[in-house]
Write a protein that binds this ligand. Structure first.
Ligand code: MOS
Length: 730
């Protein structure tokens, strides 16, 4: 038996590195046909003619699907409008409209992938093109006030605490700055992949997703059939990061094609199409005004944002939520605008709002530190708060000060000289040290855990949750193993499968909190049924045998604190039901402090992030091995998001010009220096019984401003845009 004190490694690691893990496209039912989409090549307008003869003539082509009648397929609806399952409400092939470049206008199905690709290239479309607006400032882009579009929805409303305008105007130290953040695209290693199979009346879908529940119920809505006829399976996604949050519009088209042809159909979206036909991090502009007294006490902040959305949906933003809470700022106002442009509906991408909000706020705080002659760490410590300034309630747990103190010691911050340009390494490169903090809401959703133990000591648990590489299998297995005193690698864990447990979106860093709350409750129930004490090791085989039954099965359904039973109804309908950060009587956030070291070669402007220290308060660490990887991965991505990644909108034709991994530059190993991570590892006492908060997104929040503040320390130059490119340094 494994020593419970030894860390449980990633339980799915051996399968992954030996190729046994089966991703969606690895599923190959006999007779599978291959599909390819035909993307629109204009940015907006109408399809006036579609020639498919040449495509149909390609040997092996079985079907070219063009316009569908609305009887067959409907809009999936858009979740933020209250009810829906799609990443956007727009369902392609319903009419002749083109809303964005890359929108599918036809689907080709053939015996082989080669034939499908060739035929898709031969579909000849004639268009009536209209002028496009793909940037915030483009002519024809339409701006609306978010709060007016979502009346009564607190999460999308303005935040107003005190009188920020008056408090800012009378602040002795003021900064007023505007930031521009370009769009970015997710680039998970595993592409969007789907295999659809009809078994008579039943539809089985293998889909790379973080939300099998929404794919199931969304397909039922789009196809107009009973959700009980649909099962969606995704035991492993090879990365996702928000790209696979909701139903992709092509999945229903694949189901229609598979039904017509009586054969399974597979589709893997080419990388280029993922840059044109899926959601992305929208462009946003932020004006931030921050006022302080001469000692650096923060008095007032006004955070005004404008965020890109599509013509057909309002992707609501949540930018001021952390700006209002990272420090004890007494007077605050946050106002958000949305700008409609000709793009697919933007969506969540790791720390969708917090990443850029932290960049704005933490750049401003650094300026306040310089303006008041304060050390940036000391200034942040002085502005810490135990109460949520927005609600006046306490935080469930908040160890930001300890993150800053411990990080400062690990990094060696005391040796920093404050003057920009004052530190150099032996070969003359400018050295900069920067710090930034971050917060990310600690959410949770309703969850179900079905736990079975048999008289041979075998344990199986099926849970609400998806594995995307973040380590949920490991966190669940380790939780059961430590509770019962059994080895983790003998426990069968089932995730991402609508056949075995209701499935909810795994996102917003609530996955572990949600799944482990349910698993913890199921373990209590199992102990009761086995008649064993509420804690301590259990001889599972003997305890089950003593019941006289071959197997004991229990189910636990849990909700986030304060959630009503309607949240469970939403879970069962494939709809999102997360709670937080505001709960009855408390607010819950994860916190982080990042310390970054940059080296800037004076002659060339080349920037290297040689060192990062990150200290994280994510509650109790449920799985140390995978949590460490999460934080490291977040830092790596943070380096990419700061210095590399940016999607370039094509103002002429719509879409993005750098729609592949050759031109959309992500960091490689040689871009990454040393990354040291530490966890506070204190359980959150209020959020759930295991005491966990999220780790996935907090890892990323604050990396970019820590690097930008380090760059300022090295060069004396401030940065107001992301990514920061060579031309911004020189
Ligand atoms: Mo995430 S952007 O909540 O998958």
């Amino acid at each position: 038996m494994r020593d419970p004190a030894r860390p449980v490694p990633r339980v799915d690691a051996a399968d992954k590195v030996t190729g046994r893990t089966r991703y969606s496209a690895d599923h190959r039912p006999p007779g599978t046909l291959h599909a390819m989409l035909v993307p629109a090549s204009i940015g907006r307008g109408r399809v006036v003619r579609l020639e498919t003869e040449a495509a149909r003539a390609v040997p092996g082509v079985r079907l070219v699907l063009t316009r569908l009648d609305a009887e067959q397929v409907r809009s999936p609806g858009f979740p933020q409008s209250g009810y829906g399952y799609g990443f956007q409400s727009l369902q392609p092939l319903l009419d002749d409209r083109v809303a964005y470049r890359g929108q599918p206008i036809a689907l080709v199905v053939a015996d082989t992938l080669v034939a499908a690709v060739e035929a898709a290239g031969l579909v000849d479309a004639r268009y009536e093109a209209e002028p496009v607006a793909v940037t915030l400032d483009a002519e024809g882009a339409e701006t609306v006030v978010q709060a007016e579009e979502f009346p009564g929805i607190r999460r999308f409303a303005d935040i107003e605490v005190g009188d920020a305008d008056t408090a800012f105007a009378s602040s002795p130290v003021q900064v007023d700055m505007t930031f521009d953040f370009g769009p970015q695209h997710h680039a998970p290693m595993e592409l969007l992949a789907t295999v659809v199979e009809w078994h008579g009346e039943r539809l089985v879908v293998h889909e790379s997703t973080q939300n099998t529940g929404a794919v199931k119920h969304g397909l039922a809505k789009v196809l107009g059939i009973d959700p009980a006829r649909i099962e969606v399976i995704c035991p492993q996604a090879g990365g996702s990061f928000g790209q696979k949050t909701w139903l992709q519009p092509h999945v229903a088209l694949l189901a229609v094609a598979a039904a017509r042809l009586g054969r399974p159909v597979k589709f893997v979206m080419p990388r280029k199409q993922t840059f044109l036909a899926t959601s992305f991090r929208p462009a946003s502009r932020h004006r931030l005004r921050l006022g302080a007294d001469s000692s650096g006490r923060l008095l007032a902040a006004i955070h005004e944002t404008r965020s890109q959305t599509s013509r057909h949906d309002l992707f609501a933003s949540d930018y001021p939520s952390i700006t209002a809470r990272l420090y004890g700022i007494g007077d605050f106002r946050g106002t958000q605008h949305l700008t409609r442009t000709d793009v697919p509906t933007p969506g969540f991408m790791r720390a969708p709002f917090e990443h850029v909000s932290a960049f704005a706020l933490e750049s401003a705080v650094d300026e306040i530190a310089y303006a008041t002659g304060r050390d940036p760490v000391a200034l942040r410590l002085d502005n810490d708060t135990a109460t949520d300034p927005v609600t006046g309630n306490p935080f469930s747990s908040r160890h930001l000060a300890e993150c800053l103190r411990r990080g400062s010691a690990m990094f060696g911050w005391a040796a920093r000289t404050a003057e920009p340009g004052s530190m150099r390494d032996e070969d003359g490169a400018l050295v900069g040290w920067g710090v930034a903090a971050g917060a990310y809401r600690a959410s949770a959703a309703p969850g179900v855990a079905r736990l079975r133990a048999d008289a041979e000591g075998r344990i199986a648990v099926d849970v609400t949750g998806h594995e995307m590489g973040q380590g949920l299998y490991t966190a669940v297995a380790r939780t059961v193993a430590l509770d019962l005193g059994v080895p983790a690698d003998g426990i069968r864990v089932g995730l991402g499968d609508t056949r075995s447990a209701p499935q909810h979106l795994t996102a917003g860093s609530w996955g572990t909190a949600t799944a482990l709350a349910a698993v913890h409750a199921a373990l209590r129930e199992l102990r009761t049924r086995l008649g064993v004490p509420d804690d301590g090791p259990v001889d599972v085989a003997a305890a089950v045998a003593a019941t006289g039954r071959p197997e004991v099965a229990v189910e636990a359904v849990t909700r986030a604190p304060g959630q009503s039973v309607q949240a469970v109804d939403r879970l069962n309908a494939g709809l999102s039901a997360p709670a937080g950060p505001e709960y009855r009587g408390f607010s819950a956030f994860s916190f982080v402090a990042h310390f970054a070291e940059v080296r800037v070669v004076v002659e060339t402007g080349r920037v290297r992030v040689s060192r990062v220290v990150s200290v994280v308060d994510c509650g109790r660490v449920a799985s140390p091995v995978t949590a460490l990887s999460q934080i490291r991965g977040g830092v790596v991505w943070g380096i990419g998001a700061t210095l590399r990644e940016g999607s370039e909108p094509d103002a002429r034709y719509g879409g993005f010009v750098n729609a592949d991994l050759a031109d959309y530059v992500v960091p490689v190993s040689s871009d990454i220096g040393r990354i040291e991570v530490a966890f506070i590892d204190e359980p959150d006492p209020l959020l759930n019984a295991p005491g966990v908060k999220g780790a996935g997104e907090i890892a990323f929040v604050g990396v970019a401003p820590a690097i930008a503040n380090a760059l300022h320390h090295a060069t004396g130059r401030r940065h107001r845009r992301l990514p920061i490119r060579l031309e911004d340094i020189l």
